[in-house]
Ligand binder design. Structure first.
Ligand SMILES: Nc1ncnc2c1ncn2[C@@H]1O[C@H](COP(=O)(O)OP(=O)(O)OP(=O)(O)O)[C@@H](O)[C@H]1O
Length: 260
């Protein structure tokens, strides 16, 4: 397997004082993620999951070690990434459609051609919104949408520039259990159709096992990778899968590794 994301002995201290004191947010992380792989990162609060994301996307440079993405050493923020977070963070004065179009207005190479190609980009945004079940909501404002709908729109915004990698930090954490499961299926279908890489940070072990090819468990500070678990449940996975013994055995195994 050729690695798409490769961490070689990566440690990060947030500042010089922490480095001198040997206080690392993440320590000695080595891992390889294949092209198109769906990875979930789980672990206790503060273990360095968000730090891992920042290192992967180039928002932070390692204190030690190297991060490589697509064969290139990461030295600054990557453009091939889309991101979504626990809060949908849609701009309240923009419609759903205009929120989804936002990255194309900001990020090159789309930005310079945005005016000329607006009709084409709008069509792309509409098509994407339709795949997540938001057709008919293009001209609604965020406050006219439910939390689950806002998060669907946020996923579309993260994917509109067709990124090679989707970074998700607790994207469904604020949703009720039923809506969350619906959104798992939305994400599963988007990923199955496009096969971008996903790094999903989550506290929800069922979510990790349902969606991911591989689950990494991180330890408490300093964050280290404690284990790597391949999820060999057959695909396509339906919600019924989550009631099977195989599924629950995997969830329990991960729970035991995380401890208290
Ligand atoms: N900008 C910063 N400056 C200094 N320390 C930081 C900074 N950001 C995070 N840390 C520290 O690094 C460690 C890892 O933080 P991080 O946010 O990556 O954890 P996390 O696993 O994402 O947490 P949670 O699950 O609570 O979101 C924590 O001890 C945190 O206090």
């Amino acid at each position: 397997m050729t690695a798409f994301v490769d961490f070689q002995r990566v440690s990060l201290a947030y500042n010089a004082a922490q480095e001198r004191a040997g206080e690392y947010a993440v320590e000695d992380i080595s891992l390889s993620i294949g092209k198109g792989e769906f990875v979930a990162i789980v672990g206790p609060s503060g273990c360095g999951k968000s730090t891992f994301m920042k290192l992967t996307t180039g928002l932070k440079s390692p204190t030690r070690g190297t991060v490589t993405v697509g064969g290139n050493k990461v030295t600054g923020p990557l453009k091939i990434v889309g991101m979504a977070f626990q809060a949908p963070n849609l701009l309240p004065w923009r419609t759903t459609l205009d929120n989804v179009l936002l990255p194309l207005e900001i990020v090159e190479p789309y930005r310079s051609s945005f005016r000329a190609r607006r009709a084409e980009y709008t069509e792309r945004a509409r098509a994407l919104l339709a795949t997540v079940g938001l057709d008919g909501y293009e001209h609604k404002f965020p406050w006219e949408l439910s939390g689950g709908m806002q998060q669907r729109a946020s996923l579309c915004r993260a994917l509109i520039h067709e990124p090679e990698m989707l970074m998700l930090d607790e994207p469904f954490g604020a949703l009720d259990a039923f809506t969350r499961e619906e959104l798992w299926c939305v994400l599963r279908d988007l990923w199955s159709a496009r096969r971008f890489n996903v790094v999903l940070v989550t506290h929800d072990l069922r979510e990790a096992v349902f969606l991911a090819d591989t689950v990494y468990v991180m330890s408490k500070r300093p964050g280290r990778i404690m284990s790597r678990r391949e999820i060999e449940l057959p695909r396509p996975r339906e919600l019924e899968t989550t009631y099977t013994d195989d599924f629950n055995t995997l969830v329990l195994e991960l729970r035991t590794q995380i401890g208290h």
